[in-house]
Design a protein around this ligand. Structure first.
Ligand SMILES: [Zn+2]
Length: 251
């Protein structure tokens, strides 16, 4: 009986550890980093960024997935409501190919575009060449439509391992994760209450922070004005992820 309890406790411990890892936006097994690297430090030498350590009140909104013909124009409208609020859009190659005019609109509003792979598959289940193709195929399209080679990459479903990070790095990308995520895209496709999204984003906001949101969620789009207004009132300035990274040295 005692032994069974021990095994049960051990299982609970392992589950808790796995949970902590996933919550930090990482599925890396055996992710051993020096003490000054990792989610708590904001960055890692392998190119991963969770937030950019700084004192200045700069913060980056990031939107994953799309572009979508219905949601993306609405989202752009919300971001431009009072004054233009720049954000970083991690786009999926397949939909970029389908709606290139939306890519133009995203750029025209002063936003930045990053690579979210061609098909949005979980990369941890793919062979090296397939991971490479997923990132490169999206990169080629983005270069074609934006006129510049993208340098920011975000793994679909937040799933990656050391191999994925290394392949992205070899292709010229930094892997952009996040420190602030309201979990606005539940797996059962439901929508979170707007107030809960706002509350969660604000609770986790900090200087140099990277906020993960999803562009295909109506409640997220509705939450934008409140998030933007409140953070501005707290003295935050919205910047793209590249701007945040560029401002790191000067802080
Ligand atoms: Zn995604």
């Amino acid at each position: 009986m005692k032994r069974r309890c021990f095994v049960f406790a051990l299982c609970l411990m392992i589950l808790a550890l796995c949970g902590a890892r996933t919550a930090a936006g990482s599925n890396m097994g055996g992710d051993v980093l020096p003490q000054n690297e990792g989610p708590h430090a904001g960055m890692a030498a392998d190119g991963r960024v969770w937030y950019v350590p700084m004192h200045r009140r700069e913060i980056a909104l990031t939107f994953d997935d799309g572009p979508y013909p219905f949601y993306t124009p609405l989202l752009l409208h919300q971001l431009a409501m009072e004054e233009e609020t720049p954000a970083t859009f991690f786009l999926v190659g397949r939909t970029v190919q389908e709606y290139p005019q939306l890519v133009e609109r995203i750029l025209a509003a002063g936003n930045e575009i990053g690579n979210h792979t061609y098909n949005h598959y979980a990369l941890t289940g793919l062979r090296d060449e397939e991971v490479q193709d997923q990132i490169m195929d999206c990169g080629t399209l983005l270069t074609q439509y934006t006129g510049a080679q993208p340098t920011l990459f975000r793994p679909p479903h937040g799933r990656y391992d050391a191999r994925v990070i290394e392949i992205a790095r070899e292709l010229g990308y930094r892997t952009i994760l996040w420190n602030d995520a309201p979990d606005d895209a539940p797996k059962d496709n439901s929508e979170l209450p707007v107030s809960l999204i706002v509350q969660r984003v604000l609770e986790q906001a900090k200087p140099g922070g990277i906020i993960l949101l999803h562009s295909g969620q109506y409640s997220t789009i509705e939450a934008i004005p409140q998030i933007v207004d409140t953070l501005r009132a707290q003295g935050y300035r919205f910047v793209t992820v590249s701007q945040l990274l560029a401002d790191q040295e000067q802080s």
